[in-house]
Design a protein around this ligand. Structure first.
Ligand code: MN
Ligand code: MN
Length: 334
């Protein structure tokens, strides 16, 4: 994966950027649409709004952004020495060589970070209701993956029983439901309460603190919620979904919990309630978003649409990894 990522980062050399960026600016200003590779496609999605060192996972990645925007609009090179975000790690976290084999229906599209039962910062939790990977050092999930079709939706009210996750190893400091109190951040769900309303037990599973992250209130109640509701409308209309969502980046801490800089989600939309991964083709609809975790956000989730490829660049994960590589290549570039 690391080599795949490096290849993606290298796909646009510095030379090509120098040629393409002025061209892209020129064509935008003249209102002319020129088909061709998007010079930003090899960079993380934060370049579309406002990158911060806390949105990037490694120094080389920050450097790739700086090298593409030599006037440093994001202030990635505060000391002006030509090197971006020098405090970041020199390499993205490498994925484990072995992928834990799972029969969970929620992991049918793969295990993005190769999470397993023995990795403290990539700790896999599988429940009947969802699968997620948890980081001890961040004291939160890093991603979750879950299936949604009509059978998951019912009449159950929000249980609101936020509580520590007893499935985490004893050595992990438990995150209490009061952990974000006074921080200004919402207790944001990754697997939405509204996606698990078949029974009180299902809904209650979304209130475990392992499924919760510190989320900017206007994001949680704005575009993030809009996307959750849009996705559920598709399910009510007879479609079904595979959803993978996660967090990355670092903009400080609330107690022991890392506040992510960015929040992403990939939704694969299938045409019937019972369709499974075997029905996925090059034509399958894929929605990918990557949003800044801050209050200053656009109300519409569409503003934050990006490609799966760019989320892979930003996170270092391999998404949709269970699909044939040709289908992955098409769906991830959309
Ligand atoms: Mn929410
Ligand atoms: Mn992939």
């Amino acid at each position: 994966m690391r080599t795949e990522q490096m290849r993606k980062l290298k796909r646009f050399s510095r030379f090509e950027h120098l040629l393409l960026l002025p061209l892209a600016l020129l064509t935008t200003q003249c209102g002319i649409f020129l088909a061709g590779p998007d010079p930003r496609a090899s960079l993380p999605p934060c370049v579309d709004d406002d990158c911060d060192c806390g949105d990037l996972i490694s120094q080389p990645q920050a450097q790739a952004v700086l090298d593409s925007f030599r006037n440093d609009p994001y202030s990635l090179d505060r000391d002006g020495n030509g090197r971006a975000c020098e405090a970041l790690p020199l390499a993205p976290p490498s994925l484990a060589a072995l992928t834990y084999v799972s029969t969970s229906p929620h992991l049918a599209l793969g295990n993005p970070s190769h999470a397993g039962k023995t990795y403290a910062n990539d700790f896999l939790i599988e429940r009947e209701q969802y699968a997620l990977a948890y980081s001890r050092d961040r004291s939160s999930l890093i991603w979750a993956s879950w299936r949604v079709n009509r059978s998951w939706l019912g009449q159950t009210d929000r249980q609101d029983d936020f509580r520590p996750d007893g499935n985490l190893p004893k050595a992990f400091a438990p995150v209490l439901p009061t952990a974000y109190r006074g921080s200004g951040y919402d207790r944001g769900h990754m697997v939405p309460s509204g996606d698990r309303t078949r029974s009180p037990a299902d809904n209650s599973a979304t209130f475990l603190m392992s499924n919760i992250f510190p989320q900017a209130a206007d994001n949680n109640r704005g575009p993030w919620r809009e996307l959750e509701e849009y996705a559920r409308e598709q399910v009510q209309a007879g479609k079904s979904l595979y959803v993978i969502g996660g967090v990355y980046g670092d903009q400080g801490k609330v107690g022991e919990v890392t506040v992510p800089g960015r929040i992403w989600k990939v939704i694969v939309v299938l045409d019937s309630p019972t369709a499974d991964v075997s029905s996925i083709t090059n034509q399958t609809e894929v929605i990918a978003v990557d949003m800044p975790n801050r209050d200053r956000v656009d109300a519409s989730w569409q503003t934050y649409q990006t490609s799966v490829d760019r989320i892979e660049i930003a996170t270092g994960y391999d998404l949709l990894s269970s699909l044939p590589v040709e289908i992955q290549a098409v769906l991830e570039a959309k």
